[in-house]
Write a protein that binds this ligand. Structure first.
Ligand code: HSE
Length: 426
């Protein structure tokens, strides 16, 4: 039977879950997978945390050097998060010929190329299933299950914290601030929620996923990013009345005009399968030219779901002697050979606060017509005295055209304010 020794760097929530699965299911993996996996050591400053998980004091290493020089360690699991010291530790492990399994999306999105070069030099494995969408096996699906396809698009709810917040705003009419507080109380959102609510976490994941989907290295700088901090509950409510649900989507498309990668709040039809992905759940929808549509749904975070993804990589690494590396068609150090779409084509929801008097609607629609912006739907809702809310849904149009029109609207006397502008995906 194949044997593998594992070291776990970091015993936070995910490290603890990984340790639990690897130790409690040791016999099960021997029977079902034909591999005997042993956690040889851990690297964790908080020794009491290690002891509380049942780890022997002698198995708590005092430095990364001690871990990488241990001949019984074949696979190093990095679950520290953030760039440093994770990058230094992972590099040292790869330079020592150890295979690395990581859940670290920021490290991976920013330093994938360098880390892979180190792995290649030593013929070591580099696995990252847990870096994107937690327990949902999206990386292996892209790498091992979709090879027959040219992937045309990827769309996903790839951040659980923001999905929890938007679901609460939609279902309970909470404000963004109220929903964020509740997400923090439940432990979904961190004390400093920036990485999630400003869309950085989703951007790291989309950069990794769309690189694999389109076989082109897509750097985080190539991903358009907009978070949910400016989302107004009024817009969620108006959208709901019109048959739309608001989600923070990661969207990647490989089109004839170039690759398009973006993270932003998006209205989708209530009938879209992603619209029923609620609370902290995640889902990814793919379109392949052979298979058509597929969708994966599950938990994107948490000790056991993320531990599940890590352990699947550990088992894969333990069962294979040769590893495969990416073969992106563009220059790995940059994206010079890949064209990126900057001016997206989308439908738009635009909410205006306007003077409620004769001729205003005609003036606004005239402005749209003058800018060649085609309207699909218009609604007017009575506002406070002398004021009305006008909601306009456009047909597909270019972002630059919308921006130009919005600038004109802002200088129109009868328009008090542009209250909301949200992209829509049908
Ligand atoms: N903070 C992430 C989320 C989980 O809310 O989905 C880890 O990426």
């Amino acid at each position: 039977m194949k044997k593998a020794g594992v070291a776990i760097l970091g015993l936070g929530v995910v490290g603890g879950g990984t340790y639990q699965i690897l130790t409690e299911k040791k016999e099960y993996f021997k029977k079902t997978q034909g591999v005997d996996i042993t956690v040889e050591c851990v690297l964790e400053k908080n020794v009491d945390r290690a002891l509380s998980l049942g780890i022997e004091r002698s198995a708590v290493a005092s430095s990364i050097e001690e871990v990488v020089s241990n001949p019984n360690v074949d696979i190093v699991v990095e679950v520290i998060g953030g760039v440093e010291p994770a990058k230094t530790f992972v590099t040292k492990a790869l330079k020592s010929g150890k295979t690395v399994v990581t859940s670290n999306k920021e490290l991976f999105a920013k330093h994938w190329t360098e880390l892979e070069a180190e792995a290649k030099k030593m013929n070591a494995g580099l696995f990252f299933e847990a870096s994107c969408v937690g327990g949902v096996p999206i990386i292996r699906t892209l790498q091992e299950g979709m090879q027959a396809n040219k992937i045309l698009s990827i769309k996903g709810i790839i951040n659980g914290t923001t999905n929890y917040i938007l679901t609460k705003m939609a279902n309970e009419g909470s404000s963004y601030e109220e929903a964020l507080k509740e997400a923090q109380r439940l432990g979904y959102a961190e004390f400093n929620p920036t990485a999630d609510v400003e869309g950085f976490d989703a951007t790291y994941k989309l950069s990794i996923l769309s690189s694999l989907a389109f076989n082109k290295k897509i750097c985080i700088e190539n991903v358009y990013r907009e978070g949910i901090t400016a989302v107004d509950k009024e817009d969620i409510a108006y959208g709901k009345e019109m048959g739309y649900t608001l989600k923070l989507l990661g969207i990647g498309k490989d089109t004839e005009s170039g690759v398009e990668v973006r993270v932003h709040p998006t209205f989708i039809k209530n009938s879209d399968p992603l619209a029923s992905v609620n609370d902290s759940f995640n889902a990814v929808h793919l379109v392949g030219d052979a298979v058509g549509e597929i969708m994966l749904y599950g938990r994107g975070a948490g000790a056991l779901p993320t531990g599940s993804a890590i352990v699947s990589d550990v088992i894969f690494a333990a069962k294979h002697d040769r590893y495969f590396y990416t073969n992106f068609e563009n220059n790995k150090k940059g994206n010079k050979q890949t064209k990126f779409v900057g001016d997206f084509t989308s439908k738009y929801y635009i909410r205006l606060s306007v003077a409620d008097k004769a001729g205003v609607l005609a003036k606004i629609s005239g402005l749209f017509a003058k800018n060649n912006l085609s309207i699909q739907e218009v609604r007017q809702v009575a506002g406070s005295e002398g004021e009305a809310q006008i909601i306009i849904v456009t047909h597909l149009c270019s972002e630059s055209l919308v921006k130009k029109t919005l600038e004109k609207l802002k200088t129109t006397a009868e328009v008090f304010a542009v209250k909301g502008t949200i992209r829509m995906e049908d």
